[in-house]
Every structure is written in C-alpha cells, then in structure tokens.
Design a binder for this molecule. Structure first.
Ligand code: CMC
Length: 376
C-alpha cells in the first residue's frame, strides 16, 4: 500500500486543456495564452468563452455569447423572493453558496449533464451570480434592488446594480480585469472539489455549491478578506514591519502570501499590484497601498527564500477596496469569476469521466474486540 500524500501535493489527478501553471517560472496560461495577455487585451466574457470552448471566439461568436450572458442576468423570480427573505446579517459567502444551490430548484431539469445542458446551466449561474450578490447587498442595506442593465458587461453591470449608478470606465475595467485573473487556476481546491462532485454524475448545482464552500476557506479564496482584516489591524505603514514579524514569530500565516504551486511571484499578483497602485492613487487610498507594499517588503526579507511571495489574494484586497467593495464581498467576487473555471472543469471532467475515488492509508488498529455497551 502506497503512503498517503498529505494535501495531495504533487499528485496529478486530472488532464486539462484549460490552464497551465509553471510555479517555478511564475507562468499562468489559459488555453495556452499568457494571463498577462488576457488581462491586457481580453474581457471577462471573452475569457469565459475561451475556457468553455477551449479557443477564442470570432467577433460574431463573442457578440452572440455576450447577448446570451446578458439575457441571463436576472435570477428566477422565486429565487429573488428567497433573497428578500434572507437574514440581513447573513454572510455573503453563505448567501452565495445557498443561492447557487437554490438555482437548481428553479431548473426543470437540474440533473441533466450532457454538454449542451451543462453549458446552459453554467451560463445561468455565471450570468446571475453577480446579480444575486448585488441584490443581497442592497437587501441588507434596506435599499431597493437595482435590476440588471442588459446594455452593460458583467463587471460594469455588477457595480451598477450594487451602487445604483454606473461606475467610471476605469472602475468597470478594473473589476473586469479582476474577474479575468480569477477565472481559472488549474486544479486548485475548489476546482478539484467541483470535479470530484461532477465525477459522481451528480448535477452542476451540487458541484458549484461544493466549490463555493471550498473557496470560502481562509487558506483558499477567503484569504482576500483575511488580507483586508490584517490591513485594517495595522495602524500605519511604519507599524507593518513589527506586526508581520510578530505574526511570523508566532508561526501565524500571513494572509495573501504563499502558494502550493507558485514558488515565485504569482503572475496574477503582478497585475493586481499595478492595478492596486493605480486605483489607490485615483481614490486617495495611497496609504493602503503603501501598507501592502511595506508588508510585501518585510515578507520578502523574511520568507522569500522559502518561496513565499504574494498570491492573487494579496493585492486583490486593496484593489477591491478601491473599487468600493465591502470586505465581505471580496470572496463572493472571487466566486463570480471562478464560476467560469469551475464550469469549464465540470464540462471537461464529464467529457471523459472516471469517478474520483482515492484510497486512504489506514493507520488505526485491527481486529479490535467489540465491547458491549454495558461493559464500557
Ligand atoms: N505566511 C507565513 N508562512 C507561510 C505562509 C504564509 N502565508 N505560507 C506558507 N508559509 C510557510 C509555512 O509556515 C511552512 O513553513 P515551515 O516549512 O517552516 O513549517 C511553509 O511555508 C510551507 O507552508 P504550507 O502551509 O505547508 O504550504 P502549503 O502548500 O500546504 O499551503 C497555502 C499553501 C496557500 C495554504 C499557504 O501558503 C497559506 O496558508 N497561505 C496563506 C493563505 C492564503 O493566502 N491563501 C490563498 C492561496 S492562493 C489563492 C487562493 O487559492 O485563493
């Protein structure tokens, strides 16, 4: 019997054509295209098409796809009633997980898993996840819902629904880039979760719900909120060094640093750092950026030799804050982007499925005598 590989580190559990990561060289590609090219030239909608079709769209295909996405912005009416019945102090990640699951209740054929059905259901989930989030945020603030505007792209429309006014082109594009950068990332924990659930031939809602639950954890997508908590705890740029070194001395993890695969700079963090710096300048949040940058310098001196660098979550905290998102919307925003990758992986898994069923290395006793209850 082979020994257990803790955390499945280094275990290759699937073949994929979706994203490629070279953790030593700091390379990430979607369908062979470097993430930097996509962040510079693409849109989230085009990136979703790329992941779902394993190729870039033609102009006509992209236009048709964008129209389909926009036609699906509005969630089912009964699901909107559920949002209005939700406790106002519910955490948005719990709301997202619950409502992604609830989407299956309003689908007349939730269990269909042929490729066209999966694409249709993925499209609905992708298109209405931001609406669900914006509707819930306005519900908890006691504000009327702002219905989606089908003339706007996903990022711009989300900020419009959230704030009741159209964002500046800079803010809309910043969020669009964030969605691109978060769209897929190999066999990360939530994507693996989605593929594991899909491999039982369960439905896509179950797989997306499980993936959302996985993403919430602070070792995964929840780290972006952890970064913001840390930034709020540190009173000034000058206080950053002491704070970080004290945490490291206690063997605490610094949120937004380290990665199972990257042992060099996460290429997504490269982009987010530039974005965060610019947005901080535009919005008068230079202090927040400077604090983040100082933390990065301290971490570089302290732990870069161990291959610990900023990951995608570190500068996304400053970026989201500057875009005007509340702290507890950061991880749900990650969900809104990663639904693209989860869905692509579910489709890929089911195109050539084999049930995931690894083995465990049993380390307990054998042949233990059963002690009757009255003798225990
Ligand atoms: N701060 C301080 N030390 C760290 C950190 C960190 N953020 N990350 C790793 N280390 C140290 C860790 O203490 C250990 O040291 P030693 O060998 O001396 O005991 C060594 O690096 C290996 O750490 P590990 O936890 O065994 O590594 P892993 O591959 O199991 O975990 C990780 C990867 C992402 C869970 C971890 O780096 C971590 O907890 N980071 C903080 C949370 C975070 O930012 N998560 C987001 C991950 S990337 C995007 C996403 O998935 O959302």
């Amino acid at each position: 019997m082979a020994l257990a590989v803790k955390g499945l580190e280094g275990v290759v559990a699937a073949e994929t054509r979706l994203s490629f990561i070279d953790g030593e060289a700091g390379i990430l590609e979607f369908v062979g295209i470097p993430i930097g090219e996509l962040a510079t030239h693409s849109t989230f909608e085009e990136t979703v098409f790329l992941l779902w079709n394993v190729r870039l769209p033609s102009k006509a295909e992209l236009s048709a796809f964008v129209s389909q996405v926009r036609a699906n912005y509005e969630p089912p009416a009964d699901l909107v009633k559920l949002i209005q019945a939700m406790p106002k102090d519910a955490q948005p990640m719990h709301v997202m997980r619950t409502l992604i699951s609830a989407l299956g209740l309003y689908d007349p054929q939730p269990n269909k898993i042929d490729s066209p059905a999966l694409r249709e259901k993925a499209l609905k989930a992708l298109a209405c996840a931001p609406t669900i989030l914006a509707y819930f945020d306005r519900h908890r603030r006691g504000l009327p819902m702002v219905h989606p505007d089908k003339n706007l792209g996903i990022a711009e429309n989300f900020l419009y629904m959230l704030n009741g006014q159209r964002p500046t082109p800079t803010m809309a594009r910043a969020l669009d880039v964030c969605l691109i950068l978060h769209a897929d990332h190999g066999l990360n924990n939530s994507t693996f979760t989605a593929r594991v659930i899909a491999s039982t031939q369960s439905d896509i809602y179950s797989a997306l719900t499980g993936a959302t639950g996985s993403l919430r954890g602070p070792l995964h997508g929840g780290a972006n909120e952890g970064v913001m908590v840390m930034l709020n705890e540190i009173p000034s740029v000058d206080a950053a060094e002491k704070h970080v070194l004290e945490k490291l001395a206690k063997k605490d993890k610094i949120m937004g640093f380290g990665h199972r695969i990257y042992k060099s700079y996460d290429p997504r963090a490269t982009h987010l750092k530039v974005l965060a710096k610019q947005l901080a300048k535009d919005t008068g949040n230079e202090g927040l950026y400077e604090k983040s940058h100082r933390i990065e310098q301290v971490m570089e001196n302290a732990v870069a030799a161990k291959g610990i660098y900023p990951n995608v979550d570190f500068y996304s905290a400053t970026t989201y804050h500057c875009i005007g998102l509340k702290l507890d919307l950061f991880t749900p925003m990650f969900v809104a982007g990663r639904i693209a990758g989860w869905s692509a992986h579910i489709i890929e898994q089911l195109a050539d499925n084999r049930l995931f069923r690894p083995d465990a290395d049993y380390v307990g006793p054998h042949g233990v005598e059963y002690t009757p209850l009255e003798k225990r």
